[in-house]
Design a protein. Sequence first.
Length: 226
Amino acid sequence: MILTEATRKHFIPSYIRTRFSRTNRANKTPYSYFNCTSYRQFAKVEGKCTAHYVRYDMLYSYVLSRLQYWSQRAAIDEAILYRELLNAGDKEKAAASKKQAAALAKAEKRKAEVDRLFMKLYEDWSSGRITEYNFTMLSEKYQDEQQALADQIALLKEALAADRQTTENTAKWLEMIKRYVNPTALTAEMLNELIEKIVIHEAVKGEGGQRTQKIEIYYRFVEKID
């Protein structure tokens, strides 16, 4: 089950709709729930979806606690948090980015060399120092390498540009979370600015019958960081 912008308004108590409510018959305490709407669509398709749900108050508390945590982290040491978010669970990506930068420098250097070799080849042919046959053979070889290097350089630049965008997005999200200092309640504005979507998985029961449920928050610009 995924909660996106269309369902975020239900975090605000005055916006809770009756269709999300049911009564706890044991103590008559009203609980609000978010039920998986996909189950109604795919209930008859085996393995497609199950009738999972999450209690409103528990989801509210969890999301608020995570935003409080990140708000406090940003207030304590923004620079450290910035570095952590850039490398959040992805040291391999940072290493790959470093390799891409090195590969780009190497490809650009080689392309410059091939360009010079091609120019020298043309000069040798023009002055009659090499035959027409050798010129044609070598020029085709250089042109093929030039094209291959140009394609490689374009791909590497595209990948590194995406990494730079990640850096900008991280800084942007930090600026937004800093505006909400130690929040005590969720607001529609806060959720719409900071969160992209919330994915709620089906609950599982442990050996003692204890119910546990995985909830994933995808934040705007930085996605999963919890």
